[in-house]
Design a protein. Structure first.
Length: 399
């Protein structure tokens, strides 16, 4: 009996190696198609599509012949074959060619990055107006995102979490309320006006945020006692200052008088007092650390700054002696890859030279950028560290 002809629904014959026979009969692509693929793959716009590069949004759109859809370069839809892709200068040109807008990336509207930036800005304004710390879920509903997605987007754009931003705004309101209160106002009123629900919470937060108690801040910091002393090192003059919590300033320069004025600017109403013989030993320890940074500094630090600045400074202290990192790398390490400029600003605000090693941060090309105490000192510090052995730590923050 002869073999019955196979049905179109039957599976294709399979060889002994498991390969479908149809693969041996697949027609090769026409020469014109292969040329169009090669041309598309050489086009930088195609590389932007492969990378889903949001930076290319607004510069062009691309259409897919087999679907009749056009998208922005960052669209997360399934990737098309290069021979089916066409490029257009703008959405209008794509629509004139007969294509319709993608419902996923909405190429006619604002880009995803622009929508996220608008959502973050809207949330920031709500936080700034709120009388108390708003809940994450409430903020997310306000901007039309899920709580998880909103938290991720907010941190990527600002460098801090929504709660950290809200706490910073509450601290700002407290400082402003205390300054308005002056010597006659009640500290308790300023605390509750700022959004704290108890004075105990305000006093607990004041040490790290204000560097002193709320009542001392209201008086302009006049009760904060800071000891200081001058010294000399291979980098020039050095001023070391310490509060009751730990070292609060290590300043470098050429002129001791200029360093003293810089200290006065940092703590305008503090009680600045020259250090005694015991404090001079602290200064000697700091000078020794500056000369040999690799051995570490085992002294407590009084680190004062915003939540973002403290995160940057902690990341700086994790860069080992003899090594460098870029501003972009630090931004990625703290979970804020878009906050490179803010990282540079935090480095510039650092008042603890070498102890918080902002001199280890370089440009992306490895070049030495600005340093609060001069690029030549930065170069000298890196040379000292590269010649020495790394230490286990850079110091410890005061608690």
């Amino acid at each position: 009996m002869g073999r019955m002809p196979s049905s179109p629904l039957d599976p294709p014959p399979v060889t002994s190696t498991g390969t479908s026979m149809r693969q041996f009969h697949r027609k090769p692509r026409p020469l014109s198609s292969r040329r169009s693929v090669a041309a598309a793959e050489r086009d930088p716009r195609w590389r932007a599509i492969l990378a889903r590069d949001a930076a290319a949004d607004g510069h062009f759109v691309y259409s897919v012949r087999t679907t009749g859809i056009y998208c922005r370069p960052s669209c997360g839809s399934r990737r098309a074959r290069p021979e089916n892709v066409g490029f257009h200068t703008n959405p209008t040109a794509a629509e004139r060619a007969g294509f319709r807008a993608c419902l996923r990336c909405l190429p006619r509207g604002a880009s995803l990055g622009q929508r996220h930036a608008a959502a973050v800005t809207k949330a920031c304004r709500l936080i700034e107006r709120a009388e108390s710390l708003p809940l994450l879920q409430a903020l997310a509903r306000h901007v039309g995102l899920s709580a998880w997605h909103f938290h991720r987007v907010f941190k990527a754009h600002t460098g801090v979490t929504p709660r950290a931003y809200a706490v910073a705004q509450r601290d700002r309101r407290l400082r402003e309320a205390l300054q308005r209160a002056g010597g006659a106002g009640r500290v308790t009123d300023a605390i509750y006006d700022a959004g704290f629900n108890s004075s105990a919470r305000a006093y607990d937060a004041a040490a790290g945020r204000l560097g002193m108690t709320p009542s001392a801040y209201r008086a302009g910091g006049s009760s904060a006692r800071i000891r200081f002393a001058m010294g000399a090192c291979s980098l020039g003059a050095i001023l070391v200052a310490s509060s009751e919590r730990g070292l609060c300033a290590i300043l470098l320069g050429e002129d001791p008088d200029m360093l003293l004025r810089e200290l006065q600017d940092l703590f305008p109403r503090a009680d600045l007092r020259p250090g005694d013989a015991a404090f001079n030993r602290t200064v000697a320890t700091v000078v020794g650390f500056v000369e040999t940074p690799g051995r570490g500094l085992e002294l407590p630090l009084d680190v004062r700054g915003t939540a973002f600045q403290q995160r940057v400074w902690q990341a700086l202290r994790e860069v080992p002696p003899g090594k460098t990192a870029t501003y972009a790398e630090i931004a990625r390490r703290i979970g804020a890859p878009k906050s490179v400029r803010a990282v540079a600003g935090a480095c510039a605000a650092n008042a603890l030279a070498v102890a918080i090693p902002c001199h280890r941060i370089v440009r992306t090309d490895g070049g030495l950028s600005g340093y609060r105490w001069g690029v030549e000192r930065k170069r000298a510090l890196l040379a000292l560290e590269s010649a020495g052995a790394p230490a286990a730590g850079e110091g410890r923050a005061a608690r």
